[in-house]
Design a protein around this ligand. Structure first.
Ligand code: BGC
Length: 270
């Protein structure tokens, strides 16, 4: 079954149809630079152009770098602040002529990794972290998404974590892998003090160079790189459009109950 996914970011807007059986794009994605400033009308127009480029008609999923509740953006990161309070789903729906489902960008990447990538076999508590312009997070319990976690903004050593440990900061300040890994270590350590994950998946731009810094981390939780790389957002958006943004998986029963056997005569002990 095919659905269409659009990944809206601060620098680029990418889209493609996705085969949800395989978790793969069925055509090379189209990337258009994000209009600057990233105002609602301009961004919606680009999304409409991308969907039309593929002659797509049907449900569309879109990621957005913000807290999204019922289609409405409650924050805005790396896009114009005028998005705050607006219904992104309705805006993009008008531009594409299709029904559009919108979710947070890190949530979308996490949903794709849980379905087709590094989290496929994972159960328990999984945290996906995307290191890019900021730090995005997606939290899953037994495959079920807890939407809109904003754990990239945890306070670490007196700073908003993403202002010290994002991939953008590493590049901007030309930090060595050791220095940056130290900051990521402090970030994950702070998160681990509050939430005890079973697995951490690292995605975003930094995941391409995972071998440079994951071995330098000294944290309690198992850390693995994301597998879907550039396409995670598009695939996660398409999954959301299909209404299957989570992978429901009931917790395995650890304890098997013994059948209750009652002694003859009512069961009361003398
Ligand atoms: C925002 C998140 C977003 C992340 C990655 C953060 O600054 O608060 O909503 O998921 O950046 O784009």
């Amino acid at each position: 079954m095919q659905y269409f996914g659009v990944d809206i970011g601060g620098t680029g807007i990418k889209g493609a149809p996705v085969d949800l059986e395989a978790g793969e794009l069925t055509a090379p994605r189209l990337r258009v630079p994000t209009p600057q400033p990233a105002l609602p009308d301009a961004v919606a127009e680009v999304v409409g152009d991308i969907v039309r480029h593929f002659n797509w008609s049907g449900p569309v999923g879109a990621t957005f770098p913000a807290v999204i509740k019922n289609g409405v953006a409650l924050t805005a990161a790396n896009v114009d602040q005028s998005w705050v309070g607006s219904n992104v789903a309705t805006k993009l729906g008008a531009a594409t002529g299709d029904e559009v489902t919108v979710l947070n960008d890190a949530d979308a990447a996490g949903v794709a990794e849980m379905a087709f990538g590094a989290g496929k076999e994972a159960s328990g508590l999984v945290v996906m972290m995307t290191f890019g312009t900021g730090i995005g997070t997606a939290v899953f319990l037994h495959g079920q998404l807890v939407p809109n976690t904003e754990l990239g903004h945890l306070e670490v050593d007196g700073h908003d974590a993403e202002t010290r440990a994002s991939e953008m900061v590493r590049e901007r300040d030309n930090l060595s892998w050791e220095k940056w890994a130290h900051r990521v270590n402090r970030y994950i350590g702070t998160l681990e003090a509050l939430l005890w994950p079973d697995l951490i998946i690292i995605g975003g731009g930094a995941s391409r160079k995972a071998d440079k810094f994951i071995p330098l981390l000294d944290v309690r939780t198992k850390v693995v790189p994301a597998q879907l790389r550039n396409d995670a957002g598009i695939v996660g958006a398409a999954l959301a459009a299909s209404g299957d943004a989570t992978r429901p998986k009931p917790p395995a029963r650890a304890v098997r109950r013994r059948p209750v056997t009652r002694p003859p005569g009512g069961g009361r002990r003398p």
